[in-house]
Design a protein around this ligand. Structure first.
Ligand SMILES: O=C(O)C1=C[C@@H](OP(=O)(O)O)[C@@H](O)[C@H](O)C1
Ligand SMILES: C=C(OP(=O)(O)O)C(=O)O
Length: 427
């Protein structure tokens, strides 16, 4: 299937109920399960990654397929290691290429019974739950924070708690802090004991009411839409065919100022691209304000999921950039560094990478394809970050658009609500 997406012809005034955060939903579900809780967390995400988690935790299945959900794979691996029973956990072909050895080695050192059911170092895994005795381990902090979050959540149910020492530079640190925050909300105790060590105290969790907030990573595509609209308005004014000065607004419901989510930093970065954020009593209101910077340099080691949004936005706004800290992008839903370079080339932008951890663009262009079709590589964020390109181009064609359901089931419906036109072609 393919979608052809075209931008609204009239100013955008939309109020969008964003999906709930899958990162928070999946942590809340694990903590709720470890608490043997009765009060199901409220406002859980309806996305694929959370659905597979709900299914895995219900009815004690022996064969668990978490499809493409990295958090579910990693969090459940630790959870199942301390849960009675023997199970196989697997996922999509891509999931079977996403490394898990660091987590498995750590759990084995604590006494877990885990075997590789396919290739060493990768899912599928056979896990037999047992009582873990270890209480202290070192593991690399520079591959995926999800291994660390998985161990932390499990740590509070171990008889002596858990001390983690993280080696190497720590990536995605806000996601570790998100885990610590949720552990605390569920009545556990865990804290940084130094710059690179974390202590989880024993004592387990409590059955508490919990409500999941909206997803800041999903919000980024709406910021992108507004930034690109602002760009087009400025261009039209330069060409002296003003569209009128009716101000465009997007209101995103369910976001809060002091969010648990590291991706809320996107609001500040987008302020440098001409999007103003105002907090209301039900979310945030985005408007256009200010002149965008002429170049953007940012370390994205804390916000890897926003990389695609900013890379595509900057190219389309003609803003040269250098984004560092992208070393985890190669092992996500697809190799996002390669995917971005390939797809932006179709639109006429020559983006380069350095050492697999930097993406940069100095304004180099190449001829764009006449009718580019954006491949999505089973990666929801490729579809969501490229769809707004229709604001700058006459239209954009997105291949396999249904991939968005990994984190944002209603993405296309929400675009339609905001006035975008989407037509469906068989591809
Ligand atoms: O813990 C989490 O909820 C996540 C952590 C990040 O992964 P890495 O720690 O592998 O970078 C992020 O990319 C992912 O979408 C969600
Ligand atoms: C990387 C992501 O997810 P995960 O690693 O949980 O599959 C993502 O949602 O961008």
């Amino acid at each position: 299937m393919r979608y052809t997406v075209s931008a609204p012809g009239t100013p955008i005034h939309a109020a969008i109920q964003l999906p709930a955060s899958k990162s928070i939903s999946n942590r809340a579900l694990i903590l709720h399960a470890l608490a043997h809780g009765k009060q199901t967390p409220c406002n859980l995400s309806d996305c694929d990654d959370t659905r597979v988690m709900v299914r895995a935790l219900q009815g004690n299945p022996e064969h668990i397929d978490i499809m493409a959900a990295g958090t579910a794979m990693r969090f459940l691996t630790a959870y199942l290691s301390v849960t009675p029973g023997s199970r196989i956990i697997t996922g999509t072909q891509r999931m079977q290429q996403r490394p898990i050895r660091i987590l498995v080695d750590s759990l084995r050192l604590l006494g877990a019974k885990i075997d590789y059911a396919g290739q060493e170092g990768f899912p599928p895994l056979r896990i037999t739950g047992t009582e873990l005795q270890g209480d202290e381990i070192s593991l690399a902090g520079n591959v995926s924070s999800q291994y660390i979050s998985a161990l932390l959540m499990m740590g509070a149910v171990l008889p002596n708690g858990l001390r983690l020492h993280l080696t190497g530079s720590i990536i995605s640190r806000p996601y570790i802090n998100l885990t610590l925050q949720l552990i605390h909300d569920f009545g556990g105790r865990a804290e940084w004991s130094s710059e690179n060590s974390i202590t989880v105290y024993p004592g387990g969790y409590r059955d508490v009411p919990f409500t999941v907030e909206s997803d800041w990573s999903a919000a980024s595509y709406w910021y992108q839409i507004l930034a690109l609209r602002g760009n087009e308005e400025r261009r039209m004014k330069d060409e002296e065919s003003p569209k009128g000065d009716e101000h465009e607004t997007v209101e995103l419901l369910g976001l809060f100022p002091r969010s648990y989510q590291g991706d809320s930093r996107g609001a500040e970065i987008f302020s440098r691209l001409g999007v103003h954020t105002e907090y209301t009593d039900r979310g945030v209101r985005l408007t256009l304000a200010g002149t965008p910077v002429s170049r953007l340099e940012e370390d994205m080691v804390d916000i890897p999921d926003l990389a695609q949004t900013f890379v595509v936005t900057c190219c389309l706004m003609d803003i040269p950039f250098r984004f560092t800290g992208l070393q985890s992008l190669k092992i996500k839903e697809t190799d996002r560094i390669a995917a971005l370079i390939t797809e932006l080339r179709k639109l006429g932008y020559l983006v380069r990478s350095e050492q697999d951890s930097v993406l940069l663009w100095d304004g180099e262009r190449c001829p764009a394809e006449n009718t580019p079709i954006i491949s999505t590589y089973e990666d929801h964020r490729m579809a969501m970050a490229f769809a707004p390109a229709c604001i700058v181009l006459p239209q954009i064609v997105i291949d396999e658009p249904q991939v968005v359901s990994k984190s944002y089931l209603a993405y296309w419906e929400d675009l339609k609500k905001a006035g975008f036109t989407i037509s469906n072609e068989q591809g």
